[in-house]
Structures are given as structure tokens and as C-alpha cells.
Design a protein around this ligand. Structure first.
Ligand code: PMV
Length: 339
């Protein structure tokens, strides 16, 4: 008899992106991807990633196919490194074929690393037969891309920073869903620039932590915002959720702007959308901004206001494309073929 979980040789999983309302920006451990502060997000119901992992006992390396074509060497290496973690946990050595399909429209300027590594974690853990309770899967996804640990769960999700370093840090830093029954939130995503970002977020995050005089304040801000955001969600206080999210996102960008040299993701068009969101508020429509590591601005609003907000934001400029999202599901194993 053995306690080793049975492996299924091949498994397909689907995960959705998430948008942080209290952002993760800074690591206390680069290798283990331990954050300097906790964060909180909403998993979206659009743009899923579907990933199939198939063990290939005779292969001499991992093979990674993204949207039907072999990936570049850096992407393949990052996936192979992640699979090494899974193989270590499983006590197995076989390489794998990873076949992944992303539905984020090309050039939408939205990160797919969260949905990508959440789907990969769930599929790989199942294919290699690694014990796979959600918390362990969240810790595992975190090692691929920090924000991926939150995409393991649906709805509103908190990522605990955890305590200490090494194994204790690894064990204590995971995401879990929070009770958000009755919180109705929609997201209008205004894509102002669909080009690749000037600085990858991993590099920008390290540079901010290393050089921004505001970084320490940013970390303190996150701890306070996280507590306030959890209270606002528990109280179904939409205005407080929006105000905290907007303030947190702008604080993150302020810390980046203070880095030497500055990291400046926000463009003229980003500010034009921010202005429009403010105008909507003066007209009595509850809309609040959040912005990730790029120029695209997202407006949080009530589902009933989605059409008005989407119309107002797309009217800011001809180059702006708008997408609408709501709270989405947890990552899961799926039985159907890749899309
Ligand atoms: O997990 P990463 O390395 O893709 O970094 C995500 C950083 C932000 O999207 C800007 C913030 C967040 O909490 O998702």
C-alpha cells in the first residue's frame, strides 16, 4: 500500500485572471515569491486560460505550446522551472507536454500570468498526482507568479503575506476566498494601449523595492488598506470598497514614480480615463479606478451602472477598447478538449 495519490497522466484545467483591489507590489523573497504585504482581488469571469499537462515519459525535455505554437525559450524555461517544483513534490522525473490556450484578446494589455500559472498548477498537480487541496494548489501557483495564487479561487480572494522566511514563509503565504455574499461588483476595463509594457512587472517590482523612498510607506499602506477593504466587503459598503481600491492603486503608482529612475506606466490616456471616472462620480454614478502595472484603467462599479460607465469610458478616445467583467469562478479541472 502506498499513500501516493493516483496520477492521471494527463489533466486539463481552466483558470481566470484576477484584478487586485489591494495590490501586491514587492517581494520579501524572490525565489519563493513571498510578498512584502497581503493583497486582495476579485477573480474575473472573462478571458480564461485552459491548460493541458500530459506526462511524456520518453521525452528529454518539457515541451510548451501556447495558442497552438511552441513558446519562446524564456517562457518554456519558466514553465519547466515550475514543473520541476511539481516533480520534486511528486517524487517523479518524467517531462511533460504543456498545451495552453489563452483567451485574452491579443494586445488587450491584460496580464495572463495569473490565470496561466493557476491553470498550470492545477493541471500539473493532477497529472503528476500531487496532493491537491486548494490551499496547497494556491501555494504552488504562487511559485509561478505571485498573483496566480489568488486565481485558484473564485470571487473575492485574500492572499496572506505569511510570516517568516524559508519553509515557514512558504507554508504561511497562500490565498483563500473571503465571504462576499451580497457584494455586487462589476469591472469596466478601458484598454488605452495594447502594446507590450515598457518594463516587465517583475523587474519594475524589484526596482521599486530597491530604489523608491516611498516603498516602506507603500507596504504600510497595503496592510492598512487590506484591513479596511475586508471590513468594507463585510459591510457591503460599495463606496468604501471603491475608494480604498482607487487610493491603493494610485499609491502603488506613486511608489513607482518615486523610484530612481522612475517607473512610469501611466500615460496621458490613462489620466484622461481617470478624469472621466471622477466626472462620473460628480454625476452620481459610483465608479472608482484601479490600475495594474500598465497604462490601462479599470473602473469598479455596480452591475446596474455598467452600461453607463462603459459608454462614458469608450467615449474618452477612439483608441480605447472596453471590456466588461464580473466575479468569476475558481480554477478547476475540466473534461472537455482544449478550445
Ligand atoms: O503576479 P505578478 O508578478 O504578475 O504581479 C502582479 C502585480 C499587479 O498586477 C500589479 C498587482 C496584483 O496584485 O495583481
Amino acid at each position: 500500500m502506498t499513500n501516493r495519490p493516483t496520477r492521471s497522466e494527463t489533466a486539463t484545467a481552466r483558470a481566470h485572471p484576477n484584478i487586485a483591489l489591494v495590490k501586491y507590489w514587492g517581494k520579501r523573497d524572490e525565489r519563493l515569491i513571498l510578498p512584502t504585504a497581503g493583497s486582495l482581488s476579485m477573480t474575473l469571469d472573462i478571458f480564461p486560460t485552459t491548460t493541458r499537462v500530459t506526462l511524456a515519459p520518453h521525452a528529454v525535455a518539457d515541451m510548451v505550446i501556447l495558442d497552438g505554437a511552441p513558446t519562446s525559450a524564456p517562457v518554456r524555461d519558466r514553465v519547466a522551472q515550475f514543473l520541476n517544483l511539481v516533480r520534486d513534490l511528486a517524487g517523479r522525473t518524467e517531462f511533460a507536454v504543456v498545451d495552453s490556450v489563452n483567451t485574452v484578446p491579443t494586445g488587450a494589455g491584460l496580464a495572463s500570468s495569473a490565470s496561466g500559472f493557476a491553470a498550470l498548477a492545477v493541471a500539473a498537480a493532477t497529472a503528476y498526482g500531487v496532493a491537491s487541496d486548494s490551499r496547497s494548489l494556491s501555494r504552488l501557483a504562487r511559485r509561478g507568479s505571485g498573483s496566480a495564487c489568488r486565481s485558484v479561487f473564485g470571487g473575492f480572494v485574500v492572499w496572506h503575506a505569511g510570516i517568516d522566511a524559508g519553509a515557514a514563509g512558504d507554508h504561511s503565504s497562500y490565498a483563500e476566498p473571503i465571504d462576499s455574499a451580497g457584494v455586487d461588483l462589476a469591472l469596466v476595463i478601458a484598454v488605452v494601449d495594447d502594446g507590450p509594457k515598457a518594463v516587465p512587472s517583475r523587474t519594475a517590482m524589484r526596482h521599486t523595492a530597491d530604489t523608491s523612498p516611498y516603498f516602506r510607506t507603500w507596504v504600510q499602506t497595503c496592510a492598512a488598506d487590506l484591513g479596511r477593504m475586508r471590513a468594507a466587503i463585510a459591510e457591503h459598503d460599495f463606496a468604501a470598497i471603491g475608494e480604498i481600491a482607487e487610493g491603493n492603486a494610485l499609491s502603488m503608482h506613486a511608489a513607482m514614480l518615486a523610484a530612481r529612475p522612475a517607473i512610469r506606466y501611466l500615460s496621458h490616456a490613462s489620466f484622461a480615463v481617470l478624469d472621466r471616472i471622477q466626472t462620473l462620480r460628480t454625476k452620481g454614478i459610483g465608479a472608482y479606478a484601479t490600475i495594474d502595472a500598465g497604462p490601462n484603467v479599470m473602473a469598479l462599479c455596480r452591475p446596474a451602472d455598467v452600461a453607463d460607465v462603459a459608454t462614458a469610458l469608450s467615449a474618452v478616445g477612439e483608441q480605447i477598447t472596453v471590456y466588461i467583467a464580473g466575479p468569476g469562478p475558481a480554477a478547476t479541472i475540466v473534461s472537455e478538449e482544449l478550445p
